[in-house]
Design a binder for this molecule. Structure first.
Ligand code: DX5
Ligand code: ZN
Length: 232
């Protein structure tokens, strides 16, 4: 994947979640993200088992991949994701994130993702402590901290996420300085500054982008936030 940034990159990344797009106008919404300042497409895959919802599968993801001009950041909310890693890579994934709670042999799964030439991410649910990542943090490119219970867009942000960002950054310090910390769920212009200041690198935003009156301007606003400069 071209231009995979590290946490030492000056600028944070914005990953609009396609789950909140208009699937009747998918081509238009993919084009919108292409033409915006967004960095990645966030692709939410739900199996109705790991989470109480089903989103979409390969045909839709491949349709997105055909038109997307930015990397696909694929968030697998599915049980036993090892079964499908190769298919997701072939469908166009640049980053594949699996849930810690869904993997019995997480290290092996991370290795398998790397062997496919993708960047590897691990996500944890709101109730899962950061400490459960202690032995895997050296090996992953990204950790996704779920700031809502996965399964649905448009939920309320869970405040304990701020503490988890700080704990994770402290844990990775000196061990994985390239680690990207991604925040997923309930993220928007109202909390983006605080999240970046706490140490987030990638902000996923679904409803905040696609339900806004001007998605491109909202993406630009999220991208323009400078965590060094206190907001008014
Ligand atoms: C939730 C998904 C999120 C979701 C975010 O299970 O992982 O990526 O699309 O949606 P918002 O930004 O609307 O909370
Ligand atoms: Zn997601």
């Amino acid at each position: 994947m071209a231009n995979f940034p590290t946490s030492t990159s000056s600028k944070h990344l914005i990953a609009p979640s396609v789950l909140a797009a208009d699937f009747g106008n998918l081509s238009r919404d993919v084009g919108l993200v292409n033409d915006s300042e967004a960095d990645w497409f966030h692709i939410d895959i739900m199996d109705g088992l790991f989470v109480p919802n089903i989103s979409f599968g390969f045909p839709v993801m491949e349709a997105i991949a055909r038109e997307a001009k930015k990397p696909l950041d694929v968030h697998l909310m599915i049980v036993d994701p090892d079964r499908y890693l190769q298919q997701f890579q072939q469908a166009g994934a640049a980053v594949i994130t699996v849930h810690q709670e869904a993997c019995t042999h997480l290290h092996r799964t991370v290795q398998a993702i790397h062997d496919l030439g993708c960047k590897a991410g691990v996500a944890i649910n709101p109730h899962t402590p950061v400490s459960t990542l202690y032995e895997i943090v050296d090996y992953v490119d990204l950790v996704c901290l779920m700031s809502v219970n996965p399964g649905f867009g448009g939920q309320k942000f869970i405040e304990s996420t701020y503490r988890k960002i700080k704990e994770l950054r402290a844990m990775a310090e000196g061990r994985n300085n390239r680690l990207l910390i991604e925040i997923d769920g309930g993220v928007g212009v109202q909390n983006a500054f605080a999240l970046l200041q706490a140490g987030a690198d990638v902000l996923v935003a679904g409803n905040a982008v696609f339900a806004s009156s001007d998605p491109k301007t909202t993406i630009a606003a999220l991208k323009a936030i400078d965590p060094q400069i206190r907001q008014a």
